[in-house]
Design a protein around this ligand. Sequence first.
Ligand code: CA
Length: 592
Amino acid sequence: MDLRKIKSALKTALIGSVFSFAAIATNANAGVTDEDILNDAKNTENVVSYGIGLQAQRYSPLDKVNADTVKDLVPAWSFSFGGEKQRGQEAQPVIYDGRIFVTASYSRLFAIDAKTGQELWEYNHRLPDGILPCCDVINRGAALYGDLVIFGTLDAKIVALNQKTGKVVWKSKVDDYKAGYSLTAAPIVVKGKVITGVSGGEFGVIGRVEARDALTGKLVWIRPVIEGHMGHIWKNGKKTDNGVTGTRGATWPGDMWKTGGAATWLGGTYDHEVDLLFFGTGNPAPWNSHLRPGDNLYAASTVAIDPDTGKMVWHYQSTPNEAWDFDGVNEFISFDLKKDGKTIKAGAKADRNGFFYVINRKNGKLISADPFVTRQEWTTGVDMKTGRPVETATARPGDPAKSKDGKKGTSTFAVPSFLGGKNWMPMAYSPKTDLFYVPANEWGMDLWNEAITYKKGAAYLGAGFTIKPLYEEYIGALRAMDPKTGKQVWEYKNNAPLWGGVLATGGDLVFFGTPEGYLNALDAKTGKELWKFQTGSGIVGIPVTWEMGGEQYIAVPSGWGGAVPLWGGDVAKRIKTLNQGGSLWVFKLHKS
Ligand code: CA
């Protein structure tokens, strides 16, 4: 080897080592890593994912705040989202390195000093006229990855901001907001990919799951969840066909699958042990089920998707040929089911249709299905042989095509109402008590079907409805469900419908908010109310907890709104005195 070659080789080696040093240095500053996200449920100093871990158990082992100390829980500070944009605040805050990132109504995102409550920066997404959010201008939270904070917007975009500056790093258009698409769910990040669904179920949009490179926003794969639609995967920057979902035409008549709905509007969860994403899918479109005889896969289902390839691995359909707006979007929470001396890798889901399902998360096999509501006037139970619900004779409203004028069918009274035995608000699971804490509602509806044809950007229902409370005393009920028996262990009744998420802690407490404005702490074993605090507006957000400087903190957004005041029918009368707001409340133990 001559000298020149040696010099050149040396230079290459040096450059190589400089580069690798630079790469290590960048990693040290890289912020939130995949490992941080996988360990989120155990690391009590940060909350770096929606669900407090990708399994979404919403359980923190923190126990300084417990049955003995919770009486000393007092506000540390409160932060106003400001402006005139005081609508439903349904977010779960995320916390990293002393900063809180919380989304607010109208696609806003705030970065706040976790110690002082001081604003660090604010991002106001510029929304065009003509966005089509079905159920208030809400947002449910952001994802963290590297030095980015990532969230979806009401005009169907994903925006990634620098955590320190709030500057836009990348932006990606998901779809056409004029066709009814929007994004309200919190994204999750799995193996460096940001995973999202789509909102817009009542406009005949096609539900799908998408994976993007979390650092660049570039698409990796797309999986539509309605049978017949082509999936895609990007290979060397090129969009490539990745197989049709299911078998086109197998469970849908004619062309109905083309506008078949099943919006994946609540986002998904992930389980590391079986390496699968779990997404719930919305109701098939339109609501009028007489127009689409067949099971209408994969609407009103739970689907398991391979996070690397975007292929569907299994599905379980909770409501075949769905007819009541029983979206199957609810969170599927993986957990270890200890039953009959065995530990089964399971998952649980409290569905809009009123059933609490326990499913084997490796293969989708149904383990149990039990009601978590007091009345279910559309079914007599699930046939465990077929996994299908048995419908009552009066479950479905009449076919409008068979009515005198061909326009409006006969009405039926169905329970739960279309807002569900449980809606979007996430339940929690405590591995300490082995119980799920389900925010449930008791209501029914008069429901009838009407003639309808698809029109881009117009509501695609073919139905009319009026929601009615079932009981004078209460609508909402937080219920502790035992996944081993499917039985309710205790319940806490609430006058207004519950619409906020739940947090369980190692201090054996369960935290959740009410539309009446209270953040409540109950005993996780008995349901006894131990503490409550009035936040000044209704709570429809999700509480979280973390540790800072040796103290345990609890945060919850407050701000009344969401779907209930917009769609609540007779229920809306009960809640008309509740006031709007928009703030983040943070609590810690008072030091005497
Ligand atoms: Ca729906």
